[in-house]
Design a binder for this molecule. Sequence first.
Ligand code: NAP
Length: 164
Amino acid sequence: MVLLAFGTLGDQAHDERDPRAAVRVAQTNYTGAVSAGLVCASALQAQGHGSLVVLSSVAGERARRANFIYGSSKAGLDAFAQGLGDALYGTGVHVMVVRPGFVRTRMTAGLPGGPLATTPEAVAAAVELGLRRRAETVWVPGTLRMVMSALRHLPRGVFRRLPV
Ligand SMILES: NC(=O)c1ccc[n+]([C@@H]2O[C@H](COP(=O)([O-])OP(=O)(O)OC[C@H]3O[C@@H](n4cnc5c(N)ncnc54)[C@H](OP(=O)(O)O)[C@@H]3O)[C@@H](O)[C@H]2O)c1
């Protein structure tokens, strides 16, 4: 099993003024994952079984004003991982996309979490359960699936005004 869990949040306000910093976020989260993901997929395919678990994010579900640089990099990563999962379907290799919300880690230290904030331990438990079920998508917490399903369909003008 390969757990692809690297990533960087960046600093949205700073990165909007410094395109090179924004590109670093995109390169780490998207380009880095495309590169590492394909290398790992090839190794797993060669052995004929195994799982590639990809840490995506709810931030990739819909770009938010507050973190659209990070969010767009995660949207790209998420789409890539879904496509890779389809490409490997039937080969014995399973790709699982994990979409956590706010997780209290070094990445989010000092940021306000909100009511659905969760922990690395909860993400780990959800990953383990997802692997046992051979799930293709895992939301953490699970309620985010319904929340994002609603948010995804809000008109732009309404979504823009939400304090998210
Ligand atoms: N925390 C959240 O709220 C949250 C929510 C949704 C998804 N995620 C995703 O979950 C994953 C894990 O994040 P985390 O919260 O555990 O954050 P974290 O504690 O900051 O860990 C990020 C990891 O990525 C590595 N990394 C960052 N930039 C790298 C680069 N350019 N090359 C190689 N490694 C690099 C870091 O390595 P070093 O230790 O060497 O710096 C660190 O091990 C990430 O993909 C993140 O986007 C996090």
